[in-house]
Design a protein around this ligand. Structure first.
Ligand code: ATP
Ligand code: MG
Length: 340
């Protein structure tokens, strides 16, 4: 007897849901098909406005960071996002971007599997400035700047990706000395699609030309250069460079109508080199037409100094992480679970 159309429909729907909840992981050049059941949760690492990040172990033994983010995109867009992600998964020449392993869509969430790092720059700098009343040395700031500009330039030149969400929490650190950018591509697109459906509130690192409704136009890398300037000023001084905004209107007014933040060689009782000041202030040019793209930025003296320097980032980061662990701020996220 022929199957009733409604049963057929139910069967196809089930099949579709099953397919969607299955994804592809690319780990150390091995490809695995996986579902969420193949991942064991080892605890939450962090929480953002749009989702959570957990440490998880894949059944084959790989420990990773899994970001679960609400997905409002339709099936066609999901497929497109997964295809875009494959391009990123297959590109591993840039040491300054977090490695993606794969993703799946499940019950209205997107699970994004990526390389596990030890901490993010927001937690790191707050610990140093607020808890320890110390500063991040300029030699380390230079390494952070080099890594971030190289990562942004690679994304644009090699993968045609504009980041759109450069900020301290999206710059990750590893005790082996790696500094890597995350939350581009699929993460950014999912957040953008949520932001379209709901008021995303203040986005404090956003460039004036992005906020000003009168100037709204296509996204240009120079808006990310502004966000980089705000990020660097914040991690160098220990303070977000604008006073706290109480409303989106206030943000609009200050960023669009007010003077841009300006770093000086003597700032809030701290001393900075002329090269660093010039770099930050160049990024914070309010007129995007006068703000450089990555080519000229990569030739600035502060970047060249960072590239030449032999500062040991691993030693510095490990020392701070150990102090953070002692003070109960963090654990070493990259520690593998004990062998059973
Ligand atoms: P927002 O929601 O405003 O973008 P966010 O960047 O902090 O803020 P998430 O991207 O969800 O939000 O990340 C939450 C936290 O998880 C981050 O602050 C970071 O400390 C941590 N984290 C994210 N990705 C990783 C990773 N790959 N390895 C280790 N920690 C990570
Ligand atoms: Mg993030």
């Amino acid at each position: 007897m022929a199957e009733r159309p409604s049963n057929l429909f139910a069967e196809r729907t089930r099949e579709r849901i099953k397919q969607q909840a299955c994804g592809k992981l690319l780990i150390d050049e091995e490809c695995y098909h996986f579902t969420s059941d193949d991942l064991t949760d080892l605890g939450e690492i962090g929480r953002g406005a749009f989702g959570t990040v957990n440490k998880m172990i894949f059944k084959e033994g790989k420990v990773m960071a899994v970001k679960r983010i609400r997905s409002t995109v339709d099936e066609k867009e999901q497929k497109q996002l997964l295809m875009d992600l494959e391009v990123v998964m297959n590109s591993n020449e840039c040491p300054y971007i977090v490695q993606f392993y794969g993703a799946l869509f499940k019950e209205g969430d997107c699970w994004i599997c990526m390389e596990l790092m030890d901490t993010s720059l927001d937690k790191f700098y707050k610990y140093i400035y607020e808890r320890k009343q110390q500063r991040i040395p300029e030699s380390i700031l230079a390494k952070i700047t080099v890594a971030t500009v190289q990562a942004l330039n690679y994304l644009k030149e090699e993968l045609s990706i504009i980041h759109r969400d450069v900020k301290p929490s999206n710059i990750l650190l590893h005790r082996r000395g790696d500094i890597k950018l995350c939350d581009f591509g699929i993460c950014g697109k999912l957040v953008d699609s949520i932001a379209e459906t709901k008021d995303a509130g203040c986005r404090p690192y956003m460039a004036p030309e992005r906020i000003d409704p009168e100037r709204a136009k296509g996204y240009d890398v120079r808006s990310d250069v502004w966000s980089l300037g705000i990020t660097l000023m914040e991690v160098a001084t220990g303070l977000f460079p604008y006073p706290k905004w109480d409303s989106v209107f206030e943000q609009l007014y200050q960023v669009v109508k007010g003077d841009p933040p300006r770093l000086q060689t003597s700032y809030n009782g701290m001393e900075f080199s002329q090269e660093f000041v010039d770099f930050v202030n160049t990024c914070l040019n309010k007129d995007e037409r006068e703000r450089p793209k990555y080519g000229p930025l990569l030739e600035m003296p502060f970047i060249l100094r960072g590239q030449r320097s032999h500062t040991d980032v691993a030693v510095y980061v490990t020392d701070i992480l150990e102090k953070m662990v002692k003070d109960g701020i963090t654990e070493f996220t990259t520690n593998q679970p004990a062998e059973s």
